[in-house]
Design a protein around this ligand. Structure first.
Ligand code: MN
Length: 252
């Protein structure tokens, strides 16, 4: 029997849009769901989103890709317990405190099971949150997992959750350091690790942003755009988006 693989872009606490999207998807028990990261922060109900996805994971096969906002939240949780000094140095969004107070151990464990990258071999699709810098030496046939692989051990891991721009040599460029020699990574990506489906960079559009070897799935829901999904069957790749009910945050 065929089943669908459904990949969902950045939610950022937009619980109403997530619920609407899930309703419209009319899930069957064998459908597999992948979330591309940034479930939390910026939007109206980060706690509700994590609780909803945790409930969903009891009925469906759910896999999470780590976003930079989950990465920061898990660092926050670690510091809360073990490193008060580092905690004092963190700029903590208000919803992190709510999440920290109310998430169950099981819900936090679900976040910790997130993948930095997830390769779907039969479709030659690589899921990740941010992007790939040109000098990246990671082995993308390994699905690096937050709970098992550390960014100390594999240096490029944290970059794949946050890469947007790279320089002429393919090296990661941080925000504020742009020059005319830089490119958005997906513009120059040659497809060598497969077709990449990524989030992180909002493209305010009703349909995902298509590149030669990549699909940008963050259609800016929290900024008043859309929440988008890619739906993959044996013979087809399709998109479904729901319009944001509000403009919850300002795009800088
Ligand atoms: Mn992000």
């Amino acid at each position: 029997m065929g089943f669908r693989k459904i990949i969902i872009g950045d939610i950022h606490g937009c619980i109403l849009e997530l619920q609407e999207l899930i309703l419209k998807l009319d899930l069957l028990p064998n459908d597999q769901l992948f979330f591309l990261g940034d479930l939390i922060d910026k939007g109206p109900d980060s706690l509700g989103v994590v609780q909803f996805i945790h409930e969903l994971s009891k009925k469906q096969n759910v896999k999470l890709v780590l976003g930079n906002h989950e990465d920061k939240f898990l660092r926050y949780m670690h510091n809360r317990k073990f490193n008060k000094k580092a905690l004092a140095d963190m700029k903590v969004p208000a919803d992190f405190e709510i999440l920290g107070e109310h998430l169950t151990l099981q819900e936090i464990a679900l976040l910790k099971q997130s993948y930095f990258n997830y390769f779907i071999k039969e479709d030659n699709l690589l899921l990740l949150h941010g992007g790939i810098s040109g000098n990246c030496s990671l082995d993308f046939s390994i699905n690096y997992q937050y709970s098992k692989h550390s960014t100390k051990e594999f240096k490029g891991l944290d970059l794949i959750t946050r890469t947007r721009y790279i320089d002429a040599n393919g090296i990661f460029v941080s925000i504020g350091m742009e020059s005319d020699q830089i490119n958005f990574w997906a513009e120059v990506y040659d497809g060598k690790f497969g077709k990449v489906i990524f989030g992180h960079n909002p493209f305010l559009n009703e349909t995902p942003k298509l590149f030669n070897h990549a699909i940008g799935l963050d259609t800016g829901c929290v900024f008043g755009g859309w929440l988008s999904a890619v739906i993959i069957t044996e013979s087809n790749l399709d998109y479904l988006s729901v319009l944001a009910k509000n403009k919850y945050a300002k795009l800088k």
